[in-house]
Write a protein that binds this ligand. Structure first.
Ligand code: PLP
Length: 241
């Protein structure tokens, strides 16, 4: 297996090539390193190679690592990207900088209230997760209900609405990958253009889509943040959570 440093370089090259192919600037696309199931030492290794944004899926595992790496906090930015139950929102409000996986108002309201209990922290950055493939098992609000949820979330204190996140149904067909990402992009652009002068939407700039196997398709369709785990840290052991 390659080292994390080599993998990071290769992922950045893929991002750059995909951006150039889409006639976009590579700097428009942020790399989020998804470190779930990997130890704090792997995060430190990636950090020493220049990576600062890390994504985690499981609250308890993440809080342990964030606490372990507290000294590095000024350089690290923590993104929560997993499904979130309402009894775990406080941990996210206390420890994270971003959350990508808000898909109902109740969760956003709890995060808003609980973030307010930590006045020294900046506002929590929030993306709304959309369910583009309309899979029963997947979390996410439907594309047709995304605007309504965004409107409600955008008005809450202590959090900032940043954009949309999607995890399309896995497929190795690049055309199908692009269709799904294009649908999310269209929804994102529609929300942006219909709320152009709304101050609650002034930071609505993030389209979080693309993983190790489909980052090229996501970038071709306008992704501004790719969430990459396997291609940086290697294969994950099966987890039982
Ligand atoms: C695990 C995970 C990723 C990273 O997936 P890879 O295929 O390992 O790159 C990205 N986003 C979310 C929401 C995840 O849960």
């Amino acid at each position: 297996m390659n080292s994390i440093v080599v993998n990071l370089t290769q992922v950045k090259e893929r991002i750059e090539l995909a951006a150039l192919a889409a006639k976009r600037e590579p700097e428009e696309i942020e790399l989020l390193a998804v470190s779930k199931t990997f130890p704090a030492s792997a995060i430190e290794e990636a950090m020493h190679a220049g990576q600062s944004a890390f994504g985690e899926n499981y609250v308890q595992e993440a809080v342990e690592k964030i606490t372990q790496l507290e000294k590095l906090r000024p350089w690290l930015v923590w993104h929560f990207i997993g499904p979130l139950q309402s009894n775990k929102t406080r941990d996210v409000a206390e420890h994270f900088d971003w959350i990508h996986s808000v898909d109902r108002l109740k969760i956003a309201e709890r995060l808003s209230t609980q973030r307010g209990e930590f006045p020294s922290l900046p506002e929590l950055q929030v993306c709304i997760q959309v369910n583009v493939s309309e899979e029963e098992s997947k979390s996410g609000v439907s594309l047709s209900n995304a605007l309504e949820l965004c409107d409600a979330v955008s008005k809450l204190p202590n959090i900032v609405l940043r954009g949309l996140m999607a995890i399309p149904e896995p497929t190795s067909d690049p055309l199908k990958q692009r269709q799904a990402f294009a649908a999310v992009r269209d929804c994102f652009k529609q929300i942006q253009s219909s709320r152009l002068v709304d101050p609650d939407y002034q930071f609505f700039d993030t389209l979080s889509m693309g993983m190790s196997d489909d980052l090229e398709a996501a970038i071709a369709e306008g992704s501004t943040m790719v969430r990459i785990g396997t291609a940086i840290f290697g294969k994950r052991d099966k987890i039982t959570k």
